[in-house]
Ligand binder design. Sequence first.
Ligand code: F0G
Length: 460
Amino acid sequence: MDELAFRTIIEPFRIHSVEPIKMTTAAHRKAQLEAASYNLFQLHADEVLIDLLTDSGTGAMSRDQWAAIQHGDESYAGSPSYFVFRDAVRDLFDFEHVIPVHQGRAAERILFSVLGGPGKIVPNNTHFDTTRANVEATGAKAVDLVIPEGTDPASPHPFKGNMDLDALEALLSTQGESVPCVFVTITNNSGGGQPVSLANLQGVRDLCDRYGKLLFLDACRFAENAWFIREREAGQGDRDVVDIVRDIAALADGMTMSAKKDPMGNIGGWLALDDDALAQECRNLLILTEGFPTYGGLAGRDLEALAQGLKEVVQHDYLRYRIGSTAYLGEALEKIGIPVLSPIGGHAVYLDARALLPHLDPLEYPGQSLAVALYELGGVRSCEIGTVMFGRRPDGTESPAPMDLVRLAIPRRTYTQSHVDYVIEVCERLAARAHRLPGYRITHEPKALRHFTARFEPIR
Ligand code: F0G
């Protein structure tokens, strides 16, 4: 069968159990927005029609994952479910120590508690918000060294998540003694869900070898990244994604992981690494707050569901649909003239709010304005990834983020093409009135991770 012969992408699954969506009106949603102080994280989720806030923990589990849950063994120590989970992780990422945690940021907190601290510098292509916050919480500095194309929304570079190897070398050669490890985020979420090439990872590995540094992956969307490698990198087109993933893993010394993304879990994560002494220190911290090392804050049933999810996410039919259906949304928006970050990312489409709302200064939060308007007009919840999320420095000053994006993140296996067609229609109608959208000001904010709880008001 030649799957390219047909234009329509069919979801490679049938629906087995459904969840109702509550239909609401724009007037109703306007009141919800006021009550939430224009912060979409403060909405009640049942007031959302199409929830594209995040692809994290929001995917639909498969029949086989629900069945695996029945195998969950809830022993405190040495649960068989741990070994099923560990072996599924190692089948792809062959690290000596596999330490489960309740979600990705717990792995970050544990690792940076050991490796971070005042005076330390952690480079990454682009830190995600929790990763940056966990580095900074230890007093260390988080630096983003993505290639210049990675912050240009219009650049067609096929691997916009790549690390700038010259910049990394400059850092390692001048301040190498302050760098405890190098991180690479696959795919680069804050930079638009953009992949990192195998060649670039090899380049990072070579620099880490030269300067004696550990290389860690923030690997939440590893399967999507591997699919892009298969599609776009010379010599990779005939390979099985599983083998590409194993090549990626072999280049690293360890990984932090949110299992709420590609492993198809509603909760979970892990820290995996080879170094025995470092693993021992991490396990000691794990026991303090997460739990015994064979469950790490998860139930045995969660570990079983993740083991099965890891088998499903690397299937080519799934990945072809996943990447193809995200591109379907992005390309439809491009066609009607809405500025989107291109190439289209793996898990999300990123609207370029700075380009769509040129009448607003970045410090009037064009991304926030666009995200609020998408909800009010069509009940679509999205996420600002811009100056609200990244504009506040640890010293309390504020400056524009490199880009002001609004992310439409696609939960895995959850929405159908008609849901996506509706989102396209909402965006089209909103674009026609974008020039009239107001800026916002923050009336209350916490010191870190302000986007989750800040309160806003429109500037009239
Ligand atoms: N790293 C990346 C690249 C992420 O995207 C996330 C989470 C994390 C780490 C932290 O993982 O949520 O399990 O603690 N990203 C979600 C998002 C929240 O919406 O993109 P976590």
